[in-house]
Structures are given as C-alpha cells and as structure tokens.
Ligand binder design. Structure first.
Ligand code: NAD
Length: 420
C-alpha cells in the first residue's frame, strides 16, 4: 500500500528498537515484542457474479495480548501485505496501551480492490473472511473493526457471520457496527473527532488561534472527512483535501460542509470529479507552502526522506497509521516541527470502539454526548501525559508515547511471566 519502498514492519521494528534503547528494555522483552503472537494467512475463495471463482489472500495478525483481547481493524486494498498487517498490529498494541485501553493489538486485511467487486461479491468475501477467522476471533479473543475501505456495513456482515456460526447474536465480536445492531453512537465520527481534539490541544499549547490556522488534509475517507468537518467547526481554514484521485485547493478555504455532504452522498466518486476548486496532486498537497498544519489521513509511508525536507507545515498530526517514516520524522524534528504520532492522534476510533464493546457486553447503551465527553477526556489525558513527558525528557512525542506504551506492555509481560 506504500507509495514508497518503505517496509512498514521494518519501520515499526525500528521504532520499537529506538524506544527500547531509550527505556533500557530487557533484550528478551524486546525480542518478544518484535514478534507478532499469531499470524493467520487465509486463501478466501469467492464465487463471483459470473459464476467463476476467485481466490483472495486475507491476513489477521495478533501482535500481543498481554493487556487483554486484541483489537484492530481490517482493510481491503490491493496492496495489502503480511508485513503491512504486522506493522499495523504492532502499532495497535502501542495505541491501546498509550490510551490505557484493556487491549492488545491486532490488524487484518484482504488483498483486493473492493471497487472491482459488486456488493454481492463483497458480501461473500467478507462473510468467508469472517468465517475463516472464527477460531481466533470473539469478544474475549480478538475484536476487529473498520479500516481502509471497510465500514459499518462490512462490520454488520462480519457480526452476522460470526453470530450464525456460534448460534447466538454476538454484537461484541466487532466494533464499528451500525447503531441498530449494537453499534455505538459517535463511532463513525470518532477518529476524525479525536484528531481535532488533539489539534486543539496542540494549538492551545502553542498559543495559536484556530481562526488563524490553515490546514491541508490528505485522505477524504472516514478519518479525513470528519477531521475536516470538526477542524472547520473549530474555526480553522481547510485549504486542501485529497483522495486517491488527487485533491482540491482553495487558498481562501474550502467550503467543507458542502464537500462533506457531497462525499457522503457520493461514496463511489472521487474528488477529481468535483466541479469546483483548483486541482492539486497528493505530492503537492503534502508540500504546500501556505499551511500551518498537515493531517495525513490516507495511508502509511507518505512522508519519507524524499519529501520531508519539502514539508512546510509546522505541525503534522498523523490521522493515518504510520504516514511518517522514522528517517523523515528525524528530518522534520530537526527543523523544529511538531509531529503528533498516530498512536495518540488517531486513537479516537479505537477508544469509541472500546466504548462500543463495553456497551455490547452490558447491553446498555450511552448517549452521544456522554460518549464524546468520555472520548475527549481520555484523549486529552493521554495527550497531556505524552506532551509533558516529551518536554521533561526532551524527546519526540512519538518516543514519549512509545516509552509509556512499551513500558506498560513490558510490565504486564513480566508480571505474567513466560508460560509454562
Ligand atoms: P477510508 O477508506 O475511509 O479512506 C481512505 C482515504 O484515503 C480515501 O479518501 C482514499 O481515496 C484515500 N487514499 C487511498 N489511497 C491513496 C493514495 N495512494 N494517496 C492519497 N489518498 C489515498 O479509510 P479511513 O478509515 O479513513 O483510514 C485512513 C487512515 O486512517 C488509515 O491509515 C487507517 O489505518 C487510519 N485509521 C482509521 C481509523 C478508523 O476509525 N477508520 C482509525 C485509526 C486510524
């Protein structure tokens, strides 16, 4: 899925090694954490509408469950690889730990371009993928959720397949479901909303007024649209947004509510077909001159050593998972930029997924206001801890977040010991 040659798993291990050396992690624990606990590779046969059968490759990687059942989304994308899913699973372990959620990390994916499949084909693919995973998933084992190109409808098929297999309705097996079948209010918006809670915290600390802040957002899917919407409501100017087809640019600020509605009403259209505004490439969006904040909210590995020097924004808030390579981050930090790492910046999704799981297990559902208040409280607390520690130790926000997360998982491993 990377636009560069970066191997995401090597990138995740490199980040882990750096933090291990900083916190003086025991070599045995480092070795333990470098290796995912379980990796499932599945061939998924799907009967296509024309009667032919196609085989798709699916993955589910559970990185670590020292702190609880594993949690993490699954994506549909033609470039999914095992190493990508491994990296994403490891990042989920750190994300859950840094947010103090009682989960380990996992991730899944199927190598497929979902735009090439009909709805019926997509449903059969999802159901077979879910069925193949049954030995390793469940509300107490591993709880998937939406990610790139998967959504509440995908989760509904997944939940139904699991429930049909075990013989009773089990809403807690996935999160990000439609509200009618045990989903949580606020889940769809949660990741983008969380990105903007964090943006607001950063602006407060830098004494910046949201009205003076200009933002570019790469990715206009679940995370990007809701981040754009909430940042606009906060008073910021969103001057550029993009998707896989390229982007739109308007120096005086895009009309985000109209674009947001257009994106929701036209899920199969790309921004390149939007009739207004100047067009901009994804490369140029990242390197825009006149922005204060860049929010990469599409894919990993988009800010690399090849373009880091060209990035003008002072603040980078990682809406996507792993958008900045370690070498690129060093270059950005060297120029005094602030990079808020994915494990904190985009943790709103997993946090409300946690709320959804708790509500499902209790069969007792909360109001949206309560959910958003709880989300804000958890995100601000985690961010504050990471920010303060990074200042105290004079380290990056990522190092501070990882130091907390890795120490926490390591402590759990030590307390539990090695079986047998
Ligand atoms: P999505 O499928 O809803 O949207 C992805 C967006 O990225 C789309 O606009 C797509 O056109 C664009 N895109 C795809 N390939 C691109 C490319 N090569 N260049 C530029 N844009 C491209 O996915 P999402 O759920 O919004 O996830 C986006 C990122 O956020 C991913 O890294 C995902 O892992 C991460 N994330 C998502 C959630 C969540 O709750 N959905 C939570 C945490 C992190």
């Amino acid at each position: 899925m990377l636009s560069t040659k970066v191997n995401p798993y090597e990138m995740a291990v490199k980040q882990l090694e750096e933090v291990a050396s900083f916190i003086k992690l025991k070599p045995s624990i480092l070795e333990y954490l470098k290796h995912p606990k379980r990796e499932f590779i599945i061939s998924i046969p799907v009967r296509m509408d024309d009667g032919s059968v196609k085989i798709f490759t699916g993955y589910r990687v559970q990185h670590n469950f020292a702190l609880g059942p594993t949690k993490g989304g699954f994506r549909y994308h033609p470039d999914v690889t095992l190493d990508e899913v491994r990296a994403l699973a490891m990042w989920m372990t750190w994300k859950c730990a840094v947010m103090d959620l009682p989960y380990g990390g996992a991730k899944g994916g199927v190598k497929v371009d979902p735009k090439q499949l009909s709805d019926n084909e997509l449903e059969r693919l999802t159901r077979r993928y879910a069925f193949e995973l049954i030995p390793i998933i469940g509300p107490e084992k591993d709880i998937p959720a939406p990610d790139v190109n998967t959504n509440p409808r995908t989760m509904a098929w997944f939940m139904d397949t699991y429930s049909m297999s075990v013989g009773y309705t089990s809403p807690g097996v996935v999160t990000g479901k439609p509200i009618e079948i045990g989903g949580s209010k606020g889940r769809v918006e949660a990741t983008g909303k969380g990105v903007v809670f964090i943006l607001n915290e950063v602006l407060n600390r830098l004494g910046m007024n949201p009205q003076d802040v200009r933002i570019a957002i790469q990715g206009f899917g679940n995370v990007g649209t809701h981040a754009a919407f909430d940042a606009y409501k906060l008073g910021c100017k969103i001057v550029a947004v993009s998707d896989v087809s390229g982007g739109l640019y308007e120096p005086s600020g895009l009309d985000i509510p109209t674009l947001f509605d257009w994106a929701i009403q036209n899920p199969n259209k790309h921004l390149s077909s939007y009739p207004e505004y100047s067009k901009i490439t994804n490369k140029d969006l990242l390197e825009l001159e006149d922005i204060d904040v860049l929010i990469p909210a599409a894919l990993e590995g988009v800010i690399t050593e090849n373009n880091a020097d060209n990035i003008k924004a002072k603040i980078i808030i990682e809406g996507a998972n792993g958008p900045t390579t370690p070498d690129a981050e060093k270059m950005l930090l060297g120029k005094g930029k602030i990079v808020v790492p994915d494990v904190v910046a985009n943790a709103g999704g997993v946090t409300v997924s946690y709320f959804e799981w708790v509500q499902d297990l209790q069969s007792f559902f909360w109001e949206e206001e309560e959910i958003n208040n709880k989300l804000k409280k958890i995100m601000v607390k985690a961010f504050d801890r990471v920010w303060t520690y990074s200042k105290e130790q004079n380290i990056s926000l990522r190092m501070a977040a990882y130091a907390y997360a890795v120490s926490k998982v390591a402590r759990a491993l030590e307390l539990r010991g090695i079986f047998p």
